[in-house]
Design a protein around this ligand. Structure first.
Ligand SMILES: [Zn+2]
Length: 305
């Protein structure tokens, strides 16, 4: 989850940085409303009860149904909105798959519920799935020593560490267990309806963040990897205390000028505004894990060819 923390200085920078951006569509209200941002690409918002009060989610029209991209938090309100969208807005077609860009609870918190409720497979990268599973397990009591040491080394007083670990243990948005997934790799492509979406991998914000890029239509669904007004939260976690998330972020998504449907706002990004370096993962040899249409799920997912 990316929580903006805007100081006066960053607010001033924000003004300048957004001058290169155009916002081609009005945002939908977080009430189950949908905005069509391209033929067969619908944009909705799920509400969140915090400073960052929404998350963007998308629906991609296929030949026989819709693929959801990202879920919203595990709350009764978000579940009700998905029920409403499914019953009122999908032209009578079913939901047939879910793609989660990354494991954060605002993006994957309802993955298990959507999978079970609509009987659909969940597509994620391996690292995001495993992280969701690990963090979804109950935190031991007392917390593991390395977790406590991580926060103490960061300068946090002991009583605050204890308070924070208590809050983590009582997280009200803990997602229901997701038992299985369909694996996405960087460089894979997903055929959904008439579009072919390339899977681009970013790091830094989360371990193996997937973005979906359709070069033909210059569309990028960026999740939290690319945001319009702030940088993506780059995170060091107790499980990888010596991680290099900044390096990972720099290896993130490289896109051609594209309309980015990112968490926070829809933007059209021009030329040099997309100067995020490529991970290079999409240029490797073909990998043998293609999920073929009809065999393991409704989407044609192919490795780079
Ligand atoms: Zn996130």
């Amino acid at each position: 989850m990316s929580i903006p923390n805007v100081s006066p200085i960053t607010a001033a920078r924000r003004f300048r940085s957004t001058s290169a951006l155009a916002f081609p569509a009005e945002a939908p209200a977080a009430d189950g409303s949908l905005v069509e941002v391209a033929p067969g690409v619908l944009w909705a918002r799920m509400p969140m009860p915090m400073a960052l009060d929404h998350i963007n989610v998308y629906l991609l029209r296929g030949e026989r149904g819709w693929t959801i991209v990202d879920t919203g938090l595990n709350t009764p309100e978000c579940r009700a909105l998905w029920e409403r969208i499914a019953s009122e807005h999908l032209d009578g077609l079913p939901i047939e798959a879910l793609v989660c860009t990354h494991f954060h609870y605002d993006h994957a918190g309802l993955a298990g519920w959507i999978s079970e409720r609509f009987g659909v497979p969940v597509y994620m990268t391996l690292a995001e799935f495993l992280t969701l599973r690990v963090l979804g397990a109950a935190l031991p009591d007392p917390a593991p020593p390395e977790t406590q040491q991580f926060y103490r080394r960061s300068g946090m007083p002991a009583e605050r560490v204890a308070r924070m670990i208590g809050m983590l243990r009582a997280d009200p948005f803990m997602p229901p267990r997701l038992g299985e997934f369909r694996r996405l790799r960087g460089g894979d492509s997903m055929t959904i309806g008439v579009r072919r979406w390339q899977v681009l991998i970013g790091e830094g914000h989360s371990p193996e963040h997937a973005c979906l890029y359709c070069g033909e239509d210059s569309l990028l669904i960026a999740g939290d990897q690319l945001l319009p007004r702030i940088s993506s939260n780059v995170l060091v976690t107790p499980s990888e205390p010596d991680g290099d998330p900044e390096g990972g972020a720099e290896r993130a998504v490289a896109a051609q000028p594209a309309t980015c449907w990112a968490n926070g706002q829809a933007v059209r990004v021009h030329g040099s505004a997309t100067k995020l370096a490529t991970s290079g993962r999409g240029t490797g040899p073909p990998r043998p894990d293609a999920n073929t249409a009809g065999a393991r799920g409704p989407l044609a997912v192919a490795p780079p060819g």
